[in-house]
Ligand binder design. Structure first.
Ligand code: PLP
Length: 399
């Protein structure tokens, strides 16, 4: 019996495939260090867990409004004012089952068959695949390590055509760790101002995991604010990946469209997670700040390792918890048994020979790179990066 053709249009996330592979190897008794991880290795802060327990005891066990509880939408608006100095009303907010659903809602609400969607590479795995589900045309736009993995206003201007409907990016960026400054965003905003038909998805889910200062949102530029859809969520900044809580802030028109779609797919997200999210958003960010300090300590250690690895070209991440080195130096090299042709081969070589999982750059539209996480304990970072260093040192030019 045939399945639908939608399934042929997109790929399974490489990140999730890697996580599956790690679990499988572990169940076979292999001591795998998972550096493909895309989530904080911290527990959710106690006051947020308490709020969830309270919500269960208070019998928050019924369906919720599709776009989220009103007091949660208000908490999101307050957060946007407190952290980003942005004015939004509850009618601009839609809460979803993770930022991943927020992104899916948004793309399906905006993109029609044949519409062009510009995505600078490297980008988060899901962007291109959701666009393909919507039958949009993915226009990847290469940025390189030399430009700090950031798109320039000139490149953006050249990429926009009459058919462009949406621009998708994250800052801090998963996987590159690049963070756009206010000045860089202002320059991009000048370009978008000339193209009011283009929506901008600003994925700010790593907002708090920023090592260079306060995160800047492109929504701060009034003339393009209605074109911008902010995507954010609690997964990364509050160590709440499994709770599945994301949201958008958008024009009321876009928010309504997303709510309509969500009403047929999932309805309102989990009631307990929503009650806990209100407390997370309204409370002090001390626990998040502590977590980020620890990520910074690990990043420093990781950069020490990387600086000793011959052939690994890497910029220091300004945010998120990954490094994304250019690993082309190893292409064509061999340990005498395995020859590395590309990033996928290197990722497989590292898992098979060093028992360390990473994610190949192709998954992020940048085949020259390899994503290696530092969202793991210092002990595992020491072990994992040492193993990577040893395995890479064995790769030599073929005779
Ligand atoms: N955006 C980026 C850049 C991400 O890295 C992730 C998760 O890895 C998400 C969105 C989705 O987050 P969630 O669905 O857990 O809220």
């Amino acid at each position: 019996m045939a399945l639908s053709s939608i399934l042929d249009r997109f790929n399974e996330p490489e990140t999730l495939k890697m996580a599956k592979m790690c679990r499988q190897l572990r169940s076979e008794g292999v001591d795998v260090i998972d550096l493909s991880l895309g989530e904080p290795d911290f527990d959710t802060p106690a006051h947020i867990k308490e709020a969830a327990i309270q919500a269960i005891n208070d019998n928050y066990s019924h369906y919720t409004p599709v776009a989220g509880f009103m007091d949660l939408k208000e908490a999101v608006c307050n957060k946007l004012k407190r952290d980003n100095n942005l004015d939004y009303k509850p009618e601009n907010i839609v809460v979803s089952t993770g930022a991943k659903q927020s992104i899916a809602n948004l793309v399906l609400a905006i993109v029609d068959k044949g519409d062009e969607v510009i995505i600078p590479t490297p980008y988060w795995v899901t962007y291109s695949e959701v666009v393909k589900i919507a039958e949009g045309t993915v226009k990847l736009f290469e940025t390189t390590i030399e430009s700090g993995y950031k798109i320039t206003p000139e490149q953006l201007e050249a990429a926009i055509t009459e058919k462009t409907k949406l621009f998708m990016f994250s800052s801090p960026c998963n996987p590159s760790g690049a963070v756009y400054s206010k000045e860089e965003l202002a320059a991009l905003a000048e370009v978008f101002k000339k193209h009011p038909q283009v929506y901008i998805m600003s994925d700010e889910i790593y907002e708090y995991i920023n090592f260079v200062g306060k995160n800047q949102s492109i929504a701060q530029f009034d003339e393009i604010k209605d074109q911008v859809v902010i995507v954010n969520g609690l997964s990364k900044g509050f160590a709440m990946t499994g709770w599945r809580l994301g949201y958008i802030a958008a024009s009321a028109e876009v928010a309504k469209a997303c709510e309509k779609l969500q009403g047929q797919f999932t309805s309102g997200t989990n009631s307990i997670a929503q009650r806990a999210a209100i407390v997370a958003l309204n409370s002090s960010l001390d626990a998040s700040v502590e977590m980020v300090k620890e990520f910074e300590r690990r990043k420093k250690r990781v950069m020490e390792f990387v600086s000793q690895m011959k052939g690994v070209k890497c910029i220091e991440p300004e945010g998120a918890f990954y490094i994304f080195p250019d690993v082309r130096y190893f292409f064509g090299k061999s340990d005498g048994e395995t020859t590395i042709q590309n990033s996928a081969d290197l990722s497989m070589y590292l898992i098979n020979k060093a028992n360390v999982s990473t994610v190949m750059g192709d998954a992020f539209g940048a085949p020259e790179g390899l994503r290696i996480s530092f969202a793991n304990s210092m002990e595992n970072i020491e072990k994992g990066y040492s193993r990577i260093a040893d395995a890479l040192a064995k790769l030599q030019p073929q005779p």
